[in-house]
Design a binder for this molecule. Structure first.
Ligand code: DP6
Length: 390
């Protein structure tokens, strides 16, 4: 027994966005949100934790770099878990008095600008909850690290309930359906070549809460109906309704960002080009076959059904030409080569001319997956003495 716990946890992409807090410390949102959890085989955070008597202070490494531990959110998570362990007497006082070492990394490039804090905090709190043997709702613990992280503790499609209680005890995530419910659902992440630093989600939403009239309207009038409707569309596997609500909610979220003063501009020219291409594609198909959504950055996330993947990847390659050999990442063998087939009729007739080369850095193919998993094969990131392996 090494005493080391190692966990992997997934990224999630919201289809109804969380934007705005009613409590900054407890990280309580103004509105419910809904997301899909993505397959950890393609993108995940991996975290090892241990507690030992010979560690002088709490320490954390993120993607090989040692980071200061005096981060309020990190300390809240650890403090809360230890408090529960003490109340539940799940470990002894001596174990609770030892310091911890945490080593965490993502298997996807952070340069991609993809939301990594959700996977990271979901992974961290799952690992710590196992280390201290606490029995509690993990989503509320993850929420203390980063709001969107609470949705990464379950697989499939997940709803984060805003809750109404001031102590946040009803602000938890629940699973809408598991990862097997809609097996045809696929996700393409289009990573935009962009190096600009964006306003963090936390700062951006603070500013929106303080200044945006549209945010008030969104929270009161748009989101409640959309959440109900999209939950039903997910349960019914009604792609057209799911897709329309997803796109409208992404657009409204970015409208709120523009309504913020000073405005938060996350989408870029290429992001708007992606929107234009996908609407044109749906129009030509005579049905909604693909949905886009954008978080607090320029990258697009597309939801579509497996049968349409070759056509949509071929379209993306035609309209956003690339010089990169390994442009598509994560494609299973069964689909490899298929998107290279050049001339589907519609591609030649597609009414949008190719844009400049290399506007997109790469494309990640993935699907809906499961929640955090403990790794039992001993591939820890800390060695038996609790030291980082790398
Ligand atoms: C646009 O969860 O990163 O991705 O709670 O302050 O850590 P904090 O914010 P964060 O915000 C995510 C915002 C979003 C929408 C979403 O994921 O719902």
């Amino acid at each position: 027994m090494s005493g080391i716990i190692t966990v992997t946890a997934p990224v999630n992409i919201a289809v109804i966005k969380y934007w705005g807090k009613r409590d900054e410390d407890l990280i309580l949102p103004l509105n419910d949100s809904v997301s899909a959890t993505l397959d950890t085989n393609v993108m995940c955070a991996k975290t090892s934790v241990c507690a030992r008597p010979d560690i002088n202070e709490n320490e954390i490494w993120l993607n090989k770099l040692k980071e200061p531990f005096n981060n309020k959110r990190l300390q809240n998570c650890l403090g809360e878990i230890k408090g529960i362990a003490r109340a539940q007497k799940s470990v002894d006082e001596e174990f609770l008095s030892w310091n911890v070492r945490i080593y965490s990394e993502n298997n996807f490039p952070t340069a991609a600008g993809l939301a990594s804090s959700a996977a990271g905090y979901a992974c961290l709190v799952t690992a710590l909850a196992k280390l201290y043997k606490v029995k509690t709702d993990i989503s509320a613990l993850a929420r203390l690290g980063s709001g969107s992280a609470c949705r990464s503790v379950y697989g499939g499609f997940v709803r984060w309930h805003a809750g109404v209680k001031p102590d946040g005890s009803d602000s938890v995530a629940t699973q809408i359906v598991n990862s097997l419910h809609w097996p045809e659902m696929r996700v393409l992440v289009l990573v935009v070549a962009d190096t600009k630093k964006h306003t963090s989600s936390s700062k951006g939403m603070q500013c929106s809460v303080a200044t945006s009239e549209l945010l008030k309207y969104r929270v009161q009038n748009s989101v409640p109906k959309r959440v109900n409707d999209i939950c039903k569309a997910i349960k019914d596997k009604n792609f057209a309704t799911f897709a329309e609500i997803t796109m409208k909610d992404s657009n409204q979220f970015h409208a709120v960002c523009l309504d913020t003063y000073p405005p938060c501009v996350y989408m870029r020219d290429v992001s708007h080009k992606i929107v234009e291409v996908m609407h044109k594609y749906n129009e030509i198909c005579g049905q909604t076959k693909v949905a886009y959504t954008f978080d607090a950055g320029p990258n697009a996330c597309l939801y579509l059904l497996e049968k349409d993947v070759p056509e949509v990847i071929a379209l993306i390659k035609k309209v956003f030409p690339t010089t990169k050999q390994d442009f598509v990442k994560g494609l299973p063998e069964s689909l490899e080569g298929f998107p290279e087939i050049p001339d589907f009729d519609f591609l030649n007739l597609f009414p949008i001319q190719p844009f400049n080369k290399d506007l997109l850095k790469y494309l990640i193919y993935t699907k809906v997956g499961d929640g955090p998993q403990e790794i039992a094969d001993g591939s820890h990131l800390l060695n038996v003495n609790g030291n980082p392996i790398n």
